[in-house]
Design a binder for this molecule. Sequence first.
Ligand SMILES: NC(=O)c1ccc[n+]([C@@H]2O[C@H](COP(=O)([O-])OP(=O)(O)OC[C@H]3O[C@@H](n4cnc5c(N)ncnc54)[C@H](O)[C@@H]3O)[C@@H](O)[C@H]2O)c1
Length: 306
Amino acid sequence: MDLTGKVAIVTGSGQGLGLAYAKALAEAGAQVVVNDVDGAAAARAVREITEAGGTAAAVVAPVGPSSTADLLVRTAVEEFGRLDILVANAGVIRDRVLWKMEDADFDLVVDTHLRGTFTTVRAAAIRLRDQAEGGRIVVVGSPAGQHGNFGQTSYAAAKAGIIAMARTWSLELARARVTVNAVIPTAITAMTATIPVYKEVAEAYQRGESLPRVVRQEHALGGPEDVAPLIVWLASDSSAEVTGQAIGVGGDKLSLYSYSEELAVTYREGGWPAEEIAEAWASTFAPSTQTSGITLPPLETDALAP
Ligand SMILES: NC(=O)c1ccc[n+]([C@@H]2O[C@H](COP(=O)([O-])OP(=O)(O)OC[C@H]3O[C@@H](n4cnc5c(N)ncnc54)[C@H](O)[C@@H]3O)[C@@H](O)[C@H]2O)c1
């Protein structure tokens, strides 16, 4: 997967998954614009990429506002002459159950994920259409956005919206040969280490221990380095035919999410009075009732004790 001569922007790449993406893209030959709100983390990322023989520049600014999106694209063009790849990865969580969620927390999460993805992809799309040489856009969803998740009103909404935008943009940018795909990652990072059930798994990972099969396969949890190769492939010429997809990756698991589809359908001439709906529900739809939430097998962490 040779990305020599390509220029990439990765938002939120000071740590965690974004850092792994930036490093992997640089290792494959791309010149990378690193971005984060944390200036020290962004500077460290540039240093680590450069020391490994890669090329990178940093933009320290919060994604969300259009001004940051414009600055990111301007930096790619001024520093490296062009733009080929955008990975819209930056994210935050402010988990609270609905009745305790405050407006400011909701707005921060939606502004960072949903608006941040919109503004950065829009700025990148304008540049890529002008260049007229195609391009690659990767956005980032979450299992929470696919299934709903207790305590994640804002995050699930933003992540579900990102998938809807990606499917829309794959249509709008097809003629410009710009592919748009969503990655649905799972990995041990600062974000997941705060989830109580994963505390021991995260500690074992930090100690450099290999993780049990149930963690790497059923829970699809490994390190950011397990997710990064999918980003490299989606950024490469090898994935030119792939667009509008939502692809899950984490630990040992790689998966393809379905489009939302009708699971059961019935027709009634003249429409549907409430009583008829109740009857149709029982006879036709009840067997297809959908569950909400992320379902995972129980996590045996005995093996992880130090
Ligand atoms: N870790 C997982 O299992 C997982 C699962 C599903 C989705 N994701 C998504 O993957 C992405 C990366 O998550 P992570 O686990 O690496 O988290 P992380 O918290 O380790 O890293 C996120 C990075 O984004 C930066 N950031 C936050 N707000 C920003 C802003 N407005 N502008 C620029 N940078 C900003 C942070 O400073 C941090 O460096 C996020 O979009 C997250 O929602 C992660």
